[in-house]
Design a protein around this ligand. Structure first.
Ligand SMILES: O=C(O)CCC(=O)C(=O)O
Ligand SMILES: [Fe+2]
Length: 289
C-alpha cells in the first residue's frame, strides 16, 4: 500500500498565457523543466559556488526534532558558517537544513544570476528564499503561512516532492492552530495502520532535478526530501483567491500570535493537546471509532 499520488505534469517550457490558463486558473501544480536555462544561475549555482560567495556567513539551521513549546515559531535549532555547512552536506547525511533563508539580502551578487520570471503573476521581489538540505533530510509536510503561489527552483542533485491541496485536510492529521501535519508521519513511507485516513488522501508527486521549477498553487501542502544534497530557491506571488488571502491574514495576524501565547502559557501541554486533536479530529471527521 502506498499513498495515492499522481505524477505532477511536466512541460519543457511554457508561455505565460498557457501557464495562467492551464495551471494558475485551475490551481494545479506543474514542473517546468527547461525554464531557467538562460539564467547564469543554471550553470553557476551549486554548493561549491554558494560556499565561495557566502562561506563566511552564519546561517540558521533546522533539524527534524518535534516542535518544542520552548521554541518560538520557526526558531532555528543551530547555527554554522555556510562554508562548514556545505562541507558537512558533502561529507555525510545530515538532518540539518537551511529553511527560509533570505540569502540574496546577505549575498547581493546572487541577484545577478537570475531574473524574476514573468508567469503573469506579480512576484514578491524582496524575498527570494533559499533552502538547503543534506542526503535524506526532509522538510515536514506543511503549507506556507501566507498561502502564496510558490515557484520552487531546484539546484544540484535531486529532491522528492509530495503535494496535497487544501481539500485533503480532513485526511492529513493536521495539527490545529498550525500549518503542519503530525510530525511522526513518515510521508516517504507511511504507516497506514497508525494513520488509516491517509489512504483516502489524493495528492501529487515528482522528483525535482537541477534547473527544474515546480509551481505549487495557493495553500498546497508540501513535503520535500533531499535525495542528494542540494538547495532550492522559492519565489512567491500573493494568494489571489479571496478566501486564501483572508486565511493568510488570519494566520499572520491571529493564529501565529495565539499559538505563541499558548506555548508560553501552557507549555508542552499545549503541544501535546494539539497533537492529540490532530488524530481525534481526523478520525471524527471521517467517522472512525
Ligand atoms: O525546500 C525545502 O526544504 C522546503 C521548501 C518550502 O517549504 C517552500 O518553498 O515553501
Ligand atoms: Fe513551504
Amino acid at each position: 500500500m502506498a499513498l495515492n499520488l499522481q505524477d505532477i505534469p511536466r512541460v519543457k517550457t511554457i508561455t505565460k498565457e498557457d501557464f495562467i490558463k492551464l495551471y494558475f486558473k485551475p490551481q494545479k501544480p506543474v514542473v517546468i523543466e527547461r525554464f531557467i536555462e538562460d539564467w547564469p544561475a543554471y550553470t553557476k549555482w551549486n554548493l561549491d559556488y554558494m560556499k565561495a560567495v557566502g562561506g563566511s556567513l552564519t546561517v540558521p539551521l533546522y533539524d527534524d526534532r518535534p516542535v518544542d513549546y520552548k521554541d518560538g515559531f520557526n526558531e532555528p535549532h543551530a547555527k554554522m558558517k555556510l562554508a562548514d555547512y556545505v562541507d558537512l552536506l558533502k561529507k555525510e547525511p545530515t538532518r540539518y537544513r537551511i529553511f527560509l533563508w533570505n540569502a540574496i539580502k546577505e549575498i547581493p551578487q546572487l541577484q545577478k544570476d537570475f531574473s524574476f520570471p514573468d508567469f503573469g503573476l506579480k512576484l514578491m521581489k524582496g524575498i527570494p528564499m533559499l533552502f538547503f538540505g543534506g542526503r535524506d533530510s526532509y522538510t515536514f509536510m506543511h503549507y506556507d503561512i501566507d498561502l502564496a503561489n510558490i515557484f520552487h527552483f531546484h539546484f544540484e542533485g535531486k529532491k522528492q516532492i509530495i503535494l496535497f491541496d487544501q481539500k485533503q485536510n480532513k485526511y492529513l492529521y493536521k495539527i490545529p492552530h498550525s500549518l503542519i501535519t503530525r510530525e511522526d508521519i513518515d510521508f516517504a513511507n507511511p504507516d497506514f495502520e497508525k494513520w488509516p485516513m491517509l489512504k483516502k488522501a489524493e495528492g501529487y508527486k515528482t522528483d525535482l532535478n537541477h534547473g527544474e521549477v515546480l509551481y505549487m498553487p495557493e495553500g498546497y501542502w508540501h513535503y520535500m526530501r533531499y535525495i542528494t544534497p542540494g538547495f532550492s530557491m522559492s519565489l512567491r506571488a500573493i494568494a489571489r483567491n479571496p478566501k486564501n488571502f483572508s486565511k493568510a491574514i488570519y494566520n499572520l495576524v491571529v493564529m501565529r500570535n495565539f499559538d505563541n501565547v499558548m506555548r508560553r502559557v501552557k507549555g508542552q501541554k499545549w503541544i501535546d493537546w494539539k497533537n492529540e486533536q490532530a488524530i481525534i479530529k481526523t478520525h471524527r471527521n471521517n467517522k472512525v471509532a
